[in-house]
Ligand binder design. Structure first.
Ligand code: OMP
Length: 290
């Protein structure tokens, strides 16, 4: 039963993900740095588009920004394209982030029927898994309730999830805005709010993904994100055109819950630590000013 889950996490001496992320956002600021090792970025860093290049790139980003960011978000697709050796690098990156005390969001956007979802939950959210991260992104388009195994395992192990609600890409609206006053996005945000009822006294561990680029959609769809009480992962800064000022305008009262995330815009400032750190600090200063 949902009410028992925080007790399970507590029994294991675990602090919830929402509580840990809230503390990291308060002490370091509301920035997540995306680790997206695109072939073009590897090239611009003077690295080959191979497993050695992938490893050097990703570990460099973790080392450079671990003390500046509340979280790092490896994009799983860009490791997967290198096959099993690429996934081994992802395991190493997750372990390095853990050693350097920066929270991880595995950007895997998983979603499937419940029985298969249980296996995805095991992969990303179970202690023993080599791919265990602090949190994982989930796609709710097989129905929010199909995510149940991940929602429950995250609560049990003190981990978190970010559920896609309003994505940053222009095509997202063709599905997410459907339904008028009872839009798909509204159903997802309401379901996330219900899940977060089990996390009392801190930020919930069920976050949402809402793009920095969604403009007036929150007003148009009448979404109250502050009421969800979970973190809001907001991609779309920089390379997709959104600015920190856009975030403040878009999120209004919910802005304190927003974790701005940027990948290419910061990564293009590598390979030197200093360049990456300056780019991250610039983005963070913008987010703090909002
Ligand atoms: O879940 C995500 O992080 C995500 C959701 C979304 O709506 N839009 C979006 O861009 N993302 C991811 O955020 C990252 C954005 O990268 P940049 O555009 O380079 O900052 C990519 O890894 C995307 O897959």
């Amino acid at each position: 039963m949902p009410e028992q889950v925080p007790a399970q996490a507590e029994a294991r001496g675990r602090e919830s993900f929402g509580s840990r992320l809230g503390a990291a956002m308060a002490s370091r600021g509301p920035l997540c740095v995306g680790i997206d090792p695109h072939p073009a970025l590897l090239k611009s860093w003077g690295l080959a588009d191979d497993v050695a290049g992938l490893r050097r790139f990703s570990l460099t980003v973790v080392e450079a920004v671990a003390s500046l960011a509340a979280a790092v978000k490896p994009q799983v697709a860009l490791f997967e394209r290198h096959g099993s050796a690429g996934m081994a690098v992802l395991e190493e990156v997750l372990a390095e982030a853990r050693d350097q005390s920066v929270l991880t969001i595995a950007d895997a956007k998983r979603g499937d029927i419940g029985s298969t979802m249980a296996a995805y939950a095991d992969a990303w959210l179970r202690d023993e898994s080599p791919l265990a991260a602090d949190s994982v992104t989930l796609s709710p388009y097989l129905g929010f309730e199909s995510l149940r195994p991940a929602l429950d395992l995250a609560a049990e192990t003190g981990r978190g999830v970010f559920v896609l609600a309003l994505t940053s890409n222009p095509e997202g609206a063709s599905v997410q805005h459907v339904g008028g006053a009872d839009s798909v996005a509204r159903r997802i945000t309401s379901a996330a709010a219900r899940e977060n009822e089990r996390y009392q006294g801190s930020l919930g561990s069920v976050g949402l993904v809402v793009g920095a680029t969604v403009g007036s959609a929150l007003v148009d769809l009448d979404l109250d994100l502050a009421a969800v009480r979970g973190p809001i992962l907001a991609p779309g800064l920089g390379a997709q055109g959104a600015t920190p000022a856009d975030l403040r305008a878009t999120f209004g009262d919910a802005y304190p819950l927003v974790l701005g995330t940027s990948s290419r815009d910061i990564l293009a400032a590598g390979p030197e630590h200093r360049g990456l750190q300056e780019a991250a600090q610039r983005t963070l200063a913008g987010l703090r000013q909002g």
